[in-house]
Design a binder for this molecule. Structure first.
Ligand SMILES: CC(C)(COP(=O)(O)OP(=O)(O)OC[C@H]1O[C@@H](n2cnc3c(N)ncnc32)[C@H](O)[C@@H]1OP(=O)(O)O)[C@@H](O)C(=O)NCCC(=O)NCCS
Length: 213
């Protein structure tokens, strides 16, 4: 395992979103060697503009297309909003991944584009992380897992080896997925859940063992 050294971005980074998750991504990006060009949000006075003066508000999301070609990452937490923005990112979008320097990433893992990986997160050997996924603070993604596009693994969650998670799913804070479990697309796994069986598309489950809500 290794902790990636700070990398210098080829272009300044534009954050798509300016709320709480953007604050987290902005800090990780700065620590990883990026300079911040600014952020897009429909709220010009979003959290990020108040906490990070060096990251100005550029435009509302209606102006996404031109900015996305300069180098960007989704920095908004809500998965549906993220999905609607992804639908508008054309093939020319220049997606940059932000990996906190305190994350631990196996050299045999594959990391997609526009991915955020937080501090103390672990992505183990041969895991595959698709575009726009969030592996949040302290989350553990074990060997050979497949994490779909726009999945959010919330802080402190543990995904056992060879588990497969479909796109647009949320694995809530501190949840545990047993090795080899499969989660469908657009699922919500409640905070603290222990998932021991497959979860079908669009399901919401919680508890130990996890049951449909
Ligand atoms: C599971 C979850 C999606 C349910 O949200 P909701 O639809 O608003 O549900 P409610 O709060 O109305 O609760 C519905 C029922 O489920 C129970 N419940 C809610 N969350 C639960 C959880 N995580 N574990 C066990 N039971 C839970 C409630 O106690 C309630 O039970 P009741 O009907 O017997 O009173 C939500 O509670 C959750 O855990 N979200 C994950 C959030 C998260 O981790 N985000 C990442 C941030 S970085």
């Amino acid at each position: 395992m290794m902790s990636p050294m700070p990398a210098t971005a080829p272009t300044p980074l534009i954050l798509l979103g300016g709320g709480g998750h953007a604050l987290v991504v902005a800090e990780a990006a700065t620590l990883a060697g990026f300079t911040l060009a600014g952020f897009l949000d429909d709220d010009a006075a979003a959290v990020l503009s108040r906490g990070t003066p060096s990251c100005p508000h550029l435009d509302p999301f209606s102006e996404l297309e031109g900015h996305a070609e300069r180098g960007c990452i989704l920095a908004i937490g809500d998965l549906r909003t993220r999905r609607s923005l992804i639908a508008r990112l054309g093939p020319a979008a220049h997606l940059l991944s932000v990996i906190h320097p305190a994350a631990s990433i196996s050299p045999a893992a594959s990391i997609g584009r526009g991915v955020y990986i937080g501090p103390r997160a672990v992505v183990h050997t041969r895991a595959a992380i698709a575009d726009h996924a969030i592996i949040n603070s302290g989350a553990i993604v074990e060997h050979e897992c497949r994490i779909g596009e726009n999945v959010h693994i919330a802080p402190g969650s543990v995904v056992g080896g060879r588990a497969v998670i479909g796109p647009d799913s949320l694995i809530g804070l501190g949840a545990r997925l047993l090795p080899g479990v499969t989660i469908g697309r657009a699922c919500t796994i409640g905070a603290g859940a222990t998932v021991i069986r497959p979860v079908v598309d669009n399901a919401r489950v919680a508890g130990t063992p996890a049951q449909p809500l």
